[in-house]
Design a protein around this ligand. Structure first.
Ligand SMILES: *Cc1c(COP(=O)(O)O)cnc(C)c1O
Length: 380
């Protein structure tokens, strides 16, 4: 027998009660039933973003919320600075380019988070910059950015801060209002343990002021249209009813578990995985590693494609490889959503067996033991 265990940093594993919720009979969306559902979902979204800001749900993957955010917040006459430290940060630049948004990018070495000093310098050099975009958890490189510190800077300078929280919200501490972030976005298929298909954006009053100050070339992902519909807890177009239903179910269970305990558990999974990596004689890729996903460097002499293929076909573990220039050089394991210590021990055990089979010199059990020790201590 072999079970599929999804360890990719999106989509992630979805709990059975959430899956079953999507199989229930279809309901119509222009109804009190839908408005009640949507209203409760908004409250729960405010909880996961830790905000009193407006929470909007888009039909589309995470990119739909990214596009809505930057297009809405950067009408003509405004300029954004995008900190580029990986593939997802590059996507923000692509959105800017596609919509002819005035922008400049600040390249940061991959594996590192965005630094306050660099952003400050870039803003000094170009006074037109009044919007900053950073990726909280750069999933492609697994680098963490200190959003709180950057928000302090953008507040001081009166710039808007847009944060891609797609593998942060629901996994890592996110305190939108305390920190002073203006727009946070996320997607359904990462830490929120839902299937792909929903994008979420939390938008504060400072951001709305900007959004209302200009016209922007958009229709389907228009923040203003979503805000208008939200007055009655409706959606501008037919929403993904089954996914909305699943979202309510998943977010209720997140609230029941509490964010604090989820943040702690995510950290424990990441710490155990990193301990296993070191014990196995491997290396963690990121210089500023994030806790929602771990990238491990593929040791020289090991074929990355064969490694991932064996993990999947022999042992049932679907893991991720590298993207862009990291393709072939790293493998990534998610710590988000519906995953626990014992799933993670299994993944490490499978990795050990796979590496040995591919000729890597490893003492079987050494990584598992290191991880298990971390779990045992944390569970005391
Ligand atoms: C997954 C991801 C996205 C984009 O997601 P899609 O859902 O594929 O559109 C953007 N940013 C980060 C950091 C991500 O992890």
């Amino acid at each position: 027998m072999q079970k599929l265990r999804l360890f990719t940093p999106g989509p992630t594993m979805v709990p059975e009660n959430v899956l079953l919720e999507m199989a229930r009979p279809m309901e119509h969306h222009r109804t009190a039933w839908y408005r009640d559902l949507h209203k409760e979902l908004c409250e729960l979204l405010r909880y996961v973003f830790q905000t009193q800001a407006t929470c909007l749900t888009f039909t589309g993957s995470g990119t739909s919320a990214m596009e809505a955010a930057i297009v809405g917040c950067c009408p003509q006459g405004h300029k954004s600075l995008v900190v580029v430290n990986g593939k997802f940060a590059e996507r923000w630049v692509q959105v800017c380019a596609a919509f002819a948004i005035d922008h400049t990018s600040l390249d940061v070495e991959w594996g590192h988070g965005a630094g306050v000093a660099d952003i400050s310098k870039a803003m000094d050099a170009d006074p037109k910059i009044d919007t900053v975009v950073v990726v909280h958890s750069e999933t492609s490189t697994t680098a963490l950015t200190d959003v709180e510190a950057i928000a302090r800077l953008t507040r001081e300078r009166g710039a808007l801060l847009i944060v891609d929280g797609i593998t942060a919200v629901g996994a890592l501490p996110v305190r939108m209002d305390d920190w002073g972030v203006d727009v946070y976005v996320t997607g359904s298929q990462k830490a929120l343990m839902l299937p792909p298909g929903l994008g979420f954006a939390a938008v504060n009053d400072r951001a709305w002021e900007r959004i209302d100050s200009g016209r922007t070339p958009t229709l389907y992902n228009d923040l203003k249209a979503y805000r208008k519909s939200l007055e009655t807890f409706d959606a501008p177009y037919t929403p993904a009813v089954s996914l909305m239903r699943a979202a309510l179910c998943a977010l209720r269970s997140i609230k029941d578990r509490t964010l604090e305990s989820i943040w702690q558990e995510t950290t424990m999974l990441a710490r155990a995985t990193r301990a296993a990596v070191v014990a196995m004689g491997l290396k963690v890729y990121a210089a500023d590693p994030v806790d929602s996903v771990t990238a491990i460097m593929v040791p020289s002499g090991v074929d990355e494609a064969a490694l991932r293929k064996t993990m999947r076909s022999r042992h049932g573990f679907q893991i991720a490889g590298g993207q862009g220039k990291l393709k072939g050089n790293i493998i990534r394991f998610s710590h988000m959503g519906y995953v626990d210590a014992f799933d993670t021990l299994g993944a490490i055990a499978a990795l050990e067996i796979t590496l040995k089979g591919l000729g890597f010199d490893i003492e079987i059990g050494i990584g598992v033991t290191a991880a298990q020790r971390v779990f045992a201590e944390a569970m005391e």
